[in-house]
Design a protein around this ligand. Structure first.
Ligand code: COA
Length: 130
């Protein structure tokens, strides 16, 4: 199934350059690295909705790797809150690359992560009012 999008959806939450240390055995960027960038980016939105400014990831509801990421690509993550529960939030996160050599922009990943707001003791707590 081709899930490639043509339009970015969400706010920019993370931007970095893919480095040689983050490659897999094929020489492309390791999926776990991009997943971790997405988790950090989604966490920025999750923290901003938590009264104590703390949140944890509880599940990755979906995750698709659509195109490979090459060393040197600029990687940007865009995130959007798509569902608010009492203490939990579902956040859609997508990653896009920009190649400085080909000057091409590509949609590379798409996922939905669930975060829970936590208090100072690490217990789940009600989200900030909208
Ligand atoms: C997140 C945590 C605090 C929740 O504990 P809890 O309060 O006992 O959990 P609850 O069962 O009351 O669920 C709290 C909320 O999370 C949701 N939730 C819990 N587990 C979930 C899962 N696997 N998938 C989706 N949602 C989940 C519940 O539906 C509930 O949502 P709501 O309040 O919006 O209705 C606890 O499970 C935890 O600390 N997990 C470890 C998190 C972690 O270390 N993550 C990795 C590093 S960030």
């Amino acid at each position: 199934m081709d899930e490639t999008k043509v339009e970015i959806d969400g706010e920019l939450v993370m931007r970095t350059i893919a480095m040689p240390a983050d490659t897999n055995s094929n020489g492309d960027i390791f999926g776990g690295w991009v997943l971790s960038q997405m988790d950090l980016g989604g966490g920025i939105i999750a923290k901003s909705n938590s009264p104590a400014g703390r949140a944890v990831t509880v599940s990755i509801d979906s995750m698709s790797f659509i195109n490979s990421i090459k060393v040197g690509d600029m990687v940007s993550c865009y995130a959007k809150l798509i569902h608010r529960g009492r203490t939990s939030m579902k956040i859609q996160i997508e990653a896009w690359t920009y190649s400085y050599t080909s000057q091409e922009t590509k949609h590379v990943t798409q996922g939905i992560f669930t975060y829970v707001a936590i208090d100072a003791d690490g217990k789940s707590c009600q989200l900030k009012p909208e």
